[in-house]
Design a protein around this ligand. Structure first.
Ligand SMILES: Cc1ncc(C[n+]2csc(CCOP(=O)(O)OP(=O)(O)O)c2C)c(N)n1
Length: 278
């Protein structure tokens, strides 16, 4: 269990950055905000409690690695990296506009703090596996974390990486599935059924934990259990809600991607403030 003050700090940070995501979505005209909101509490726990990083030295070789394999969630990653001090927040006012370093999917050569350019689903997971194996080969102590989407699990390359990670006993890799139940155009179980997802990863040789992906106690406990694992890669299936925090977006297929007008922006901010009171 987290100490009350720490939990409060994480919840407050998550709220502040949900608001920022809404503002950036409003100014840029449209973003993959549904999945950015579902993944968000996991990224907040990682970036504000666990990742060993130095924003002044984004290429520090001992830094922990984080790969957002569902790269369309880039807007959620971008607001966190800005808040951590990798770049000036005002740059996000031009998010996804012509000439901006920020595309919808973050480019590691343009955005400091990004470890892998992702967006083509199914590839970031394999890149993360390579980073984790690289630590072993080079004798480094950094950890590698990765987040994949549940719709992304319909890509064959996810299962090639899963098989390789278990075969090579890559226990310094902790991965999350953002199990929000939706892909781009509908519920995953209708598009192409994934269940029983936990058993699938177990059968592939992973240690699997299933948690509520919006409960900071559960997220942190699972990460710490992952740190203790010595033989297997660790998959944390995080049950989440697509659009979490903005009531009119929650679990709505239409909110995979969308833009906000003045009224919707106000409603979205009101919802976040109601859900996460001071
Ligand atoms: C290889 C590939 N195929 C298709 C797409 C288009 N696409 C973008 S997001 C998405 C749905 C992904 O679903 P999920 O991983 O569950 O994302 P989330 O619901 O968490 O946003 C798809 C099919 C893509 N980016 N890459």
């Amino acid at each position: 269990m987290l100490e009350a003050a720490e939990k409060k700090r994480l919840i407050a940070k998550a709220r502040q950055l949900r608001e920022r995501m809404v503002e950036v979505t409003y100014t840029c005209g449209g973003a993959h905000i549904g999945g950015a909101l579902s993944q968000h509490d996991i990224l907040v726990a990682l970036y504000y409690k666990y990742l060993r990083l130095d924003p002044k030295k984004p290429d520090w070789s001992e830094r922990d690695r984080f790969v957002l394999s569902k790269g369309h969630g880039g807007i959620g990653h971008a607001v966190i990296l800005s808040d951590k001090g990798y770049y000036e927040d005002k740059l996000l006012n031009d998010f996804n506009k012509t000439g901006s370093p920020f595309g919808m999917h973050l480019d590691r050569l343009k955005v400091p703090g990004v470890d892998a350019s992702t967006g083509s689903l199914g590839h970031g997971f394999g890149i993360a596996l390579g980073m984790a194996m690289g630590a072993r080969v080079t004798g480094k102590s950094y950890r590698t974390y990765c987040l994949i989407g549940d719709g992304e699990c319909q890509e064959g390359s996810v299962w090639e990486s899963a098989m390789a990670a278990a075969h090579f006993k890559v226990s310094n890799l902790i991965c999350f599935v953002d199990r929000n139940g939706f892909s781009l155009d509908g519920p995953t179980e209708k598009v192409m059924a994934l269940e029983p997802l936990d058993k699938k990863f177990e059968d592939f040789g992973w240690k699997v934990l299933t948690i509520d992906g919006h409960d900071f106690d559960a997220i942190c406990e699972a990460i710490e259990a992952g740190h203790q694992e010595r033989k297997k890669p660790v998959m944390i299936i995080a049950k989440t809600i697509k659009g979490k925090g903005v009531d009119f977006m929650e679990s709505k297929t239409g909110w995979h991607y969308g833009g906000l007008d003045d009224e919707m922006k106000k409603k979205a901010l009101d919802s976040i403030q109601r859900r996460y009171p001071d």
